[in-house]
Write a protein that binds this ligand. Structure first.
Ligand SMILES: NC(=O)c1ccc[n+]([C@@H]2O[C@H](COP(=O)([O-])OP(=O)(O)OC[C@H]3O[C@@H](n4cnc5c(N)ncnc54)[C@H](O)[C@@H]3O)[C@@H](O)[C@H]2O)c1
Length: 362
């Protein structure tokens, strides 16, 4: 069977590398990764290829690695244009973006340029070269500070940062494109908190600099990094069971598998009958539906790593919201998606990756 080529911008990053792995493992697709390595290294893609080959042999697809910036319209167009007729881009999974909430408030122009400008370049090339299937990486941050927990997709979007607004704007752009052109099909995936790594410890999260997210920070502290000035827990007076913020952690391989469900659903017209005026456009949460507090996660990582994380409770951090826990029912009903991995597996796999690769891919 001929394999279809899926383009994955951002495929060298944390989530992207696990999505590339998951897509290749099906044996049905080849992949093209576009990345400018702003927050990643080509080694991640090399390891994904090696891992899939070790596990599945030659039955799996191949990976083209293209160094290009999403802001470079000509380079993005070339990715679609320079291809033989039997190897056209079949679908795009857009993962590449700038993603730090705090930084986005300091350099908003860069965030809109990469995230929104990058999407527009991609949509333009997809439209021109008739590659009109898109799976888009959005975020639970589009919900802002919702009152209803767990959070259904019908919750109005109210993001609190330029980063979150770039995701909201992109969702609206993609919806408008689908509403205007019946040939377009797109599914937005609103990720909650992906964490963990492939259980081999061969690929994982390797952020440039100090991790902004709790779990990778705990993993790096456990290998001896960033122990000074100590771990700070921002606020223990939130309306949550232990007073610290609650998030919905989902194993990275579960999250990655959701992209396959979405890609398959793109070709199923029945999935779009409820999309009303949005054409063939839908948005789904990708979460586990289980809320865990900061203190729960410190304890889970203590068990996985054996390291007693000393921490200090300090004041609330601007922009943090008490609880982001997904209602995962719609993705389960309509995409057949369910997160299976446990919290212990997530922490074990994260620690396996970090302890085998204390300096990441370098
Ligand atoms: N990690 C999370 O907790 C989380 C949560 C919700 C949503 N998301 C979204 O998931 C996506 C991936 O996140 P991640 O954690 O894997 O981040 P990451 O930084 O590891 O991956 C992003 C990738 O995009 C690449 N990239 C950045 N700017 C680019 C540009 N101009 N041109 C080409 N490539 C570029 C980076 O080099 C990197 O490889 C992002 O869209 C992010 O907003 C992440």
């Amino acid at each position: 069977m001929e394999k279809k080529r899926v383009l994955i911008p951002g495929g060298a990053g944390y989530i992207g590398s696990h999505v590339v792995y998951t897509v290749l493992k099906t044996g049905k697709y080849n992949v093209a990764v576009v990345d400018n390595f702003h927050n990643s290294k080509p080694e991640a893609v090399r390891r994904v290829e090696q891992l899939v080959r070790d596990e599945s042999g030659d039955a799996c697809g191949d990976v083209e690695l293209i160094e290009a910036d999403l802001r470079d319209a000509a380079a993005i167009n070339k990715v679609f244009a320079d291809r033989p007729a039997n190897d056209r881009i079949y679908a795009v999974i857009l993962i590449g973006a700038l993603k730090a909430v705090g930084e986005s408030a300091e350099i908003p122009i860069e965030y809109y340029d990469v995230n929104v400008g990058g999407l527009l370049n991609l949509l333009t090339a997809m439209d021109k070269h008739d590659a009109k299937r898109l799976v888009y990486s959005s975020s639970a941050t589009v919900y802002g500070a919702p009152e209803t927990i767990p959070i259904p997709e019908t919750t109005p979007m109210d993001p609190h940062s330029p980063y979150g607004r770039s995701k909201q704007i992109n969702e609206m752009i993609i919806r408008d494109v689908c509403a205007a052109h019946p040939a377009w099909r797109a599914i937005t995936l609103r990720y909650f908190n992906p964490a963990g790594a492939h259980p081999s410890g061969y690929i994982g999260e390797d952020p440039c600099g100090k991790p902004g997210n709790l779990l990778p920070l705990l993993a790096q502290m456990a290998v001896g990094k960033y122990r000074e000035p100590g771990l700070k827990v921002f606020g223990n007076d939130y309306p949550t069971p232990d007073g610290t913020c609650v998030r919905d952690y989902i194993h990275i391989l579960d999250l990655a598998s959701g992209h396959l469900n979405a890609m398959v659903a793109l070709d199923d017209d029945a999935k779009f009958v409820n999309a009303k005026n949005d054409g063939k456009y839908r948005a789904f949460n990708l979460g586990k539906g289980v809320g865990m507090s900061v203190l729960n996660m410190i304890d889970a990582m203590r068990k996985a790593t054996g390291y007693e994380f000393p921490y200090e409770i300090v004041g609330r951090r601007p922009g943090d919201v008490p609880n982001l826990t997904a209602d995962p029912a719609l993705a389960e009903q309509e995409l057949g998606f369910k997160a299976h991995h446990s919290l212990d597996e997530m922490c074990r796999d994260l620690w396996n990756w970090q302890s085998k690769n204390p300096n990441g891919y370098s």
